[in-house]
Write a protein that binds this ligand. Structure first.
Ligand SMILES: Cc1cc2nc3c(=O)[nH]c(=O)nc-3n(C[C@H](O)[C@H](O)[C@H](O)COP(=O)(O)OP(=O)(O)OC[C@H]3O[C@@H](n4cnc5c(N)ncnc54)[C@H](O)[C@@H]3O)c2cc1C
Length: 484
């Protein structure tokens, strides 16, 4: 019988001598500078940007596919788990070490290998930083469309790991729509290419399986990304409302009119206030909600679409509709959205960023319920989210040094996730499951669904060495479940 990832012998602790032997082999392969096993070094990698922590036995910093494959062969031979890590901006604990693991940090694999301007594709290393890729492409009239709010630091490999989204994924789709192919290394160190430049390649879509698999199926070492042409015209608008109900109704009407704007972001009252205090971007602090709407394309189209958005907003009692008249004003409107996470630090040193999906028609109910949960727990809540596609991010601002506070925040956040699920939504829109939401998976998937997912994982990784203990809850595999 194959053991579930949660009960692998490797997780039950290997001897220190065994680990030291692996450290020595890795140092021989990569050189001592690119292998870290000192407790202080391990501490640096103990967390991602979420609240969970974990510790690897050793950190390896490969620089090529060949080195990743060799690192994985060494780890597999020793029965040690392996955890892929990009920039560590993930919010679900996906990139934190598990006991006795080799943490494979891919940030040094940051080469852009090939750009095909005509075909609008590029082969890039997993360590390329999302925004840097778009910056490099700027003078070629192209960009990489997925734009998570963390894009200044997050890697393309990490975007693949979590199937990252962002404000401009409403019309363009999240990372999965922008990855055509991948070179990956499997758990036993085999190098395989999945997908490719040809549209609709025959056979199973293994590329699609790996995107969003949070390092549990394979590690991406080269990624063929689809590039998006920069639009000839962009119109950005800030629309203010007295409350979230009018703003939400506006979002629903815009989408049901058949228009899919490039971005449709919402900030609620507490978030507007926090952001404005921080960046002074001219947000209307008296508003109960603002929408940031953007349309792109040919100027004739953008003018007509912007006009439709204005008309719908006015019908829904918008108190202000402001259109950026030049690039500087456009950047200023976006500055408020992009500075939100920094702004929160004014009120408390820590935050917990929830990530659920809520059907647009139920937004108002779920927002109300979310605030009620925060009130019940005595927590400060702010909201900034991708309203157009229902990606809802209630953000709890708190001080983790207060005893018991983190646990309280997690408990409240899990209730917020349950409220989204009860409204017909789901557990994660873009940040992934990692360890943080792993035990909530059974609320959205039946035992048979989880078993099917565990079988797929097992087919890629029969020994359960890739990021064990993440994504799927213990007992997902049918024969692991206790029988009654
Ligand atoms: C302030 C802030 C704002 C954010 N905003 C957004 C947002 O708008 N949208 C959004 O989607 N996310 C957002 N995030 C979450 C996070 O930035 C994204 O999930 C991002 O894609 C993670 O990239 P990373 O390089 O940091 O990956 P990591 O955190 O290092 O890893 C994330 C996951 O991917 C796996 N992984 C990493 N590299 C590889 C690889 N080469 N092959 C296979 N698996 C791999 C890891 O094992 C892990 O499970 C935000 C985070 C922060 C801190």
């Amino acid at each position: 019988m194959t053991e579930s990832p949660d009960t692998l012998p490797s997780l039950r602790g290997r001897s220190l001598a065994g680990h030291m032997d692996v450290v020595a082999q890795l140092a021989e392969l990569l050189g001592p500078d690119r292998v870290r096993a000192h407790p202080l070094d391990l501490l640096i990698y103990a967390k991602d940007s979420g609240v969970s922590s974990g510790e690897a036995a050793v950190v390896a910093l490969p620089e090529s596919t060949g080195e990743v494959a060799e690192v994985m062969r060494i780890a597999a031979a020793a029965g040690m788990p392996m955890v892929a890590r990009g920039a560590g901006t993930g919010l679900a604990g996906g990139a934190i070490g598990v006991p006795g693991s080799v943490l494979i940090v891919l940030t040094r694999m940051n080469e852009i290998f090939e750009i095909d301007e005509v075909g609008a594709t590029a082969w890039v290393g997993p360590g390329v930083i999302n925004l840097e890729l778009s910056n490099v492409l700027e003078n070629r009239g192209l960009h990489f469309a997925p734009d998570p709010a963390s894009q200044q630091s997050a890697t393309v490999g990490g975007n693949v790991g979590t199937n990252a989204g962002g404000p401009h994924c409403l019309a363009e789709g999240s990372t999965i729509a922008h990855v055509l192919g991948m070179e990956v290394v499997t758990a036993d160190g085999e190098v395989v290419t999945l997908g490719g430049a040809a549209p609709d390649p025959p056979g199973y879509d293994l590329r699609g399986l790996v995107v969003g698999s949070e390092g549990t199926l394979a590690i991406a070492t080269r990624i063929l990304v689809r590039l998006t042409r920069n639009p000839p015209d962009t119109v950005t608008m800030l629309i203010a409302f007295t409350g979230i109900t009018d703003a939400t109704r506006t979002v629903s009407e815009i989408i049901s009119s058949g228009l899919v704007p490039a971005a449709l972001e919402m900030l609620d009252g507490p978030m507007i206030e926090a952001v404005e205090n921080f960046v002074h971007a001219g947000l209307p602090v008296e508003a109960g909600a603002v929408l940031l709407a953007e349309v792109v394309g040919h100027p004739d189209c953008t003018a007509a679409e912007a006009s439709l958005i204005r008309e719908i907003s006015a019908r829904n009692d918008a108190t202000e509709i402001r259109t950026a008249s030049n690039e500087a004003e456009r950047v200023l409107l976006w500055k408020g959205r992009k500075a939100a996470f920094g702004a929160i630090a004014q009120s408390a040193p820590d935050y917990y960023l929830n990530d659920t999906v809520v059907p647009r028609t139920r937004f108002v109910d779920v927002v109300d319920e979310t605030y009620a949960i925060a009130d019940r727990y005595g927590l400060r809540l702010l909201n900034i989210f991708h309203a157009g596609d229902g990606n809802f991010h209630p953000l709890v601002s708190y001080d983790a040094s207060e005893p018991g506070m983190t646990e309280k925040v997690i408990e409240a956040s899990h209730e917020m996730a349950q409220a989204a699920i009860a409204a017909g939504g789901t557990l994660s829109g873009e940040h992934g499951i990692g360890v943080e939401k792993r035990d909530l998976m059974s609320q959205v998937f039946s035992p048979d669904d989880l078993d099917a997912q565990a079988r797929i994982r097992e087919a890629f990784d029969p020994l359960g060495l890739l990021n064990p203990g993440k994504v799927l809850p213990e007992g997902s595999r049918r024969f692991d479940r206790p029988t009654t």
